[in-house]
Design a protein around this ligand. Structure first.
Ligand SMILES: [Zn+2]
Length: 275
């Protein structure tokens, strides 16, 4: 079944005292558990208020763990069922299964699994969450693409890994571009503009130049990732169009909050009891 590309295909929902977003196109699959969490409903104090899941931002680790138990509880899973990785701004994708699973898989920016009961988990605060589901193969993926990962085509690398590892067809995959810093707020310098000129054809159309300095521009990271997903053959792309920097009431934004902030979570997996 093909779903049309849906703009802003995410819905805010309250679960217990948390505010989270659900992907509308995923609701048709009862075995799929997922959420894009916000910063609302946790225990952390300013500047990490309140649902901070980042352990490396200076927040109290016990409080972060309490927050993590809460988000897992909202999905009716245990933290032990989740798998994450150390994000390194790469396009490296790891395949997780019952044999190799660990709470932290090592260094990577993409995780994929086709094993029910393994829930992929990552933390974000401006970088792009890319969320993948193939209902035909029962496979999921989760990728972290900041500007560096975007220049390395982390989106395309994840799609290729799903095809290679699980025999997915790109046309079956539903991909979601989650809350990330948007073209409205993401001013960048020559480092990003030059890297995009190498990584993308027609890279100029990924930037909006303002009246300020000639060597600075606003980067459309949402569109850059959408192009890469489309180039990889994905037909069902959902662009949430939620800007983390515009919406610091709901999301953490490294840029908007000058680095003193937390990380919100995304979790996805298929229901089951992987050992
Ligand atoms: Zn914005």
């Amino acid at each position: 079944m093909r779903l049309p590309a849906v703009a802003q295909g995410v819905n805010p929902v309250r679960v217990q005292n948390l505010l989270l977003y659900r992907i509308v196109a995923f609701e048709a699959y009862p075995n799929l558990r997922h959420a894009i969490f916000t910063r609302q409903g946790g225990y952390s104090q300013s500047p990490f208020a309140s649902l901070n899941l980042g352990l490396s931002v200076g927040d109290d680790p016990e409080t972060v763990n309490k927050n993590y138990e809460q988000v897992c509880g909202a999905l009716d899973i245990s933290p032990d069922q989740t798998v994450s990785c150390h994000l390194i701004h790469s396009a490296d994708v790891l395949t997780v299964d019952s044999a190799n699973r660990r709470r932290v898989m090592g260094q990577a920016d993409g995780l994929i699994t086709a094993t029910p009961g393994i829930y992929l988990s990552m933390r974000f605060g401006d970088c792009t969450p890319l969320i993948f589901f193939d209902p035909a193969r029962g496979a999921v993926g989760l990728t972290h693409a900041g500007w560096r990962g975007t220049m390395q085509n982390a989106a395309g690398a994840t799609v290729r890994a799903m095809i290679q590892e699980f025999d997915c067809r790109a046309g079956d995959i539903i991909a979601v571009i989650g809350p990330a810093i948007g073209p409205c707020c993401y001013e960048v310098g020559p480092e990003v503009i030059d890297a995009a000129a190498t990584a993308f054809s027609h890279s100029a159309s990924l930037f909006v130049r303002g009246n300020g300095r000639a060597d600075r521009a606003h980067f459309n990271m949402w569109e850059a990732n959408r192009r890469q997903l489309a180039a990889a053959g994905v037909e069902q792309i959902i662009q949430s169009e939620l800007c983390t920097a515009c919406r610091t009431d709901q999301f953490f934004s490294h840029r908007a909050e000058q680095g003193r902030t937390g990380r919100f979570g995304v979790i996805i997996g298929l229901q089951g009891n992987a050992v």
